[in-house]
Design a protein. Sequence first.
Length: 513
Amino acid sequence: MSDPTGQLVPPGRASAQPRAFRLPTPAAALARRARAIPPAAAILVVLALVQGLAWAAMTAPFNGPDEPAHIAYAQLLAETGHGPKALGGTGTVSTEVGRAEYELNLVPIFAHADARPTFSAVDRVSRALERLPASQRTDGTGPNAVAQNPPLYYAYEAVAYRLSPAQSLLGRVFAMRAANVLLYAVTVALMWLVAGEIFARQWLRLLATGIVALHPKLASMAGNVNPDTMLVTISTASLLAGLRLLRRGPTTGGVVAVALLAGLGALTHGRGLALIPPALLVIAIAWIRARPGRWALARQAVLGGGALLACLAVAFLWTKADSGTGGAFGGEVGRAATEPFSVGAFLSYLWRFYLPDVSFLTPRLGPPYGYRQVFIETFFGGYGNYEVNFRPHIYVWLQRLAFVGLVGLAATTAIRFRAIRARWPVVLFAVSTFVSLLALLHISSYRDLQVGGDPLLTGRYLLPCIALFGLAIAWVVGSLPRRLAPLAGAVGLAAFVLVDVEAFLINAQRFYG
C-alpha cells in the first residue's frame, strides 16, 4: 500500500491516513459522466449555445418567422393558463406587445429591408410598458393564426417567461429565446449520439454533428421564439430512440420511448404527426426480429400505445378547444380543402415541384414554386421575415453542391449496396422518417393550394430531418478513399462555416447596418 506521494505505508498505519474527500454518489456520477464526454462533442454543444445566443441577441425582437404570434401565445398561456383563439378575441397580441412592436418600429420594418428598429427608444418604451396594468398583458386572446398549435412548446416558453431574471417585456422575450437556444444545444448533443449509432470512426461523428451545429437556418431558428426548434429536438431524439431500439431489441423502455417521442412531436406541432408512421414501423421491425413473448409484447403495446394516444388526446382536445372552427391540428396541417383529393392532380403537382413543367399535365395550382425555393433558397436562406437572403450566386453554388451531393449519394448507394442490405432495418427506418415528413408536407401543401394560392411550404419545415442530412453527408464522405475522405470532410465543414458566418453577417446588416 502507498500514500498519494508514492511512499509505502505500513499495514498497521493504513487506517490512520486521512481519507480523501469523496463527492456524494449523484454528484460523483455526474462528474464521471462529464469527464466521459468527448471533447469534440462538448465543443460542438458549446458552439451551439454561443451561436444560438448570438442570433438571439442580434435578431431584432418579434422579427423571427411568425414570432409575434408565438410570443403572444406563450405570454397569454403564462399569464392566464389558457391559449388564444384562432377566431375572435380581443386582439392578436397583447396591448403591451403591440405597443413595443410599433413604438420601437419592430413590426413596421417587415418586408422593408431598408428600415431599422428604433433602438434609441428602448429605455423610454420599457419604462412606459412597466407602468401598464396587468390587464394589458392578458388581452392578446386572438384571433391568432397559431392558436391551433398544440400546447407543449408554449408551456415550455411560458416557464421561461415566468422565470426570466429580467421581468420587462424585452427581457422576457430574450429569456424565451434563450430557452429556444437550449433546445438547439440539446439537438446537437443528441446528434452526436445519433452519429455514434451509425459510425465507428470518431471523425465521421464530428462531421455529421458539425453539419447540424453549423447549419445557418437551424441556428437562426434557435435564436427566435418558434416551435420548429422543439420539433427538431424531438425528431432527433426520436431518431436516436429508434436506432437504439433496433440495436438493443424491443425492451419496454425502448418501445415506450419511441412511442412517447412520436406523441410529443404531435403535441408540439401538427407537423409532428409525421413522426408517428416511422415510430410504428421501427417498433414493428424490432418486434418481428426479436419475437418477444406474448406478455412482453402485450405490455409494450399497451404502455407504448397508451403514451402515444395520451399525447394525441391532449393535443386534439387542446387544439379543438382553441381553434374556434371545430378542427384540430390547424395551420398548414389541418386546413380542409373544398375540392376532393385527386391523385392525378397531386402527381401533377409533385412533377412540377421537382421536375420541369410539361404541357400535358393538368393546370398548375398556385405560383411556380418548387425544389429550388424549398430545398435551397429557404432551407439555407430566407431569414427574418424572409426578406434577408444570400446573394444570388451563393444560391447557385448551393444548388450545384446539392446536385453533386445527390449524385454522390446515389453512387455510394449503388457501390455499397451490400452494406445497406446488411443494415436494412436502419436504412428503412431512416428513409421512412424522411418520406413521412415529405409526404405530410406535400399533401398539406397540395390541399392548401386547392383552397388558395399559397403553397405553404418552406425550407425550415425540413429541419426535423436535419440529422438525416448530416448522416447522409458523413456517410458519402466516409465512403471516399481513406486518404481523400478526411480532407473532403474538412472542406465540407469549412464550407458550412463560411455559409454560417455569411448568414449571421447579412442578418446583422439587416438590423444594425
